[in-house]
Design a protein around this ligand. Structure first.
Ligand code: UDP
Length: 241
């Protein structure tokens, strides 16, 4: 078997990835099953895997402010939503025979471990998949920022942002058919062109700490594995121009 490009990766999945954008259900268990199969291939190749999962399929703090729910309260609800998703991902990975740990930035010890950085790194070294739940533990942040932060803290070499599109385009490819995909972009170019890849905080953390981001289509079988092996998939955003 060939050697993977990365020793340790951080995979970011949005909450909406888990229901395939279908608002009539919270989680599509067929999608979850498919993701577990994709992750298993990378796990079997010996890559250490950390996962950050969003909560947008259940709750987003900012979007309920208008309905009278205080922003901080809403954000706490959003962070709890990520733990629900994390539990679903954990179960699915375990069903597929992988060892996992769910760690939460908000203490809930009956459900999952508290987040302790050194312990997370130890789990990764022991080839357990670490799912980071409850975002950063702070309101006004996103799970994209969480992904950047946890990648840096856990010394992952890259953030793999799994989306529904196969990379970063000059315009939204779901709206503009003339949009062209980038294979590579520097952080500075992406900022100058105001391409909405991740929020600014998430982006700044990766840029300053020299952690590249690869945006790719998580729904295409084999993509995650090809990326882990060093294949050219999606759009790479890095400090190199
Ligand atoms: N959230 C938060 N702090 C964090 C991460 C998330 O307050 O560090 C809340 C916020 O309300 C957010 C929600 O959790 O809207 C769900 O996360 P996000 O919107 O990033 O999920 P995704 O879009 O990836 O599904």
């Amino acid at each position: 078997m060939s050697t993977p490009k990365y020793k340790r990766i951080l995979l970011k999945l949005s909450g909406e990835a888990l229901n395939g954008g279908d608002k009539t259900q919270v989680i599509d268990f067929n999608i979850l099953d498919q993701y577990a199969r994709e992750i298993r291939r990378v796990y079997d190749a010996g890559v250490e895997i950390a996962i950050v999962i969003g909560g947008g399929n259940i709750f987003r703090g900012a979007s309920v402010e208008k309905s009278g729910i205080d922003r901080v309260q809403g954000d706490h609800m959003g962070m709890l939503a990520t733990v629900i998703n994390g539990m679903a991902v954990q179960s699915s990975l375990e069903k597929h025979g992988m060892y996992t740990r769910l760690m939460s930035a908000i203490k809930m010890e009956q459900v999952c471990e508290p987040l302790i950085r050194r312990r997370a790194i130890r789990h990764l070294e022991k080839k357990r998949i670490v799912i980071f739940g409850a975002g950063t533990g702070n309101p006004y942040f996103t799970t994209d920022t969480t992904a950047s932060l946890r990648a840096i803290e856990s010394e992952a070499e890259v953030v793999l942002k799994g989306t529904r599109v196969d990379g970063v385009y000059t315009a939204d490819p779901e709206k503009d058919p003339s949009a062209v995909k980038y294979d590579h972009l520097s952080f500075d170019e992406a900022l100058a062109k105001n391409l909405k890849i991740m929020d600014l905080t998430a982006f700044a953390l990766c840029k300053e700490n020299n952690v590249p981001i690869i945006v790719f289509d998580m729904n295409k079988p084999g993509n995650l594995y090809d990326l882990a092996m060093g294949g050219q998939v999606g759009t790479l955003v890095s400090n190199e121009s």
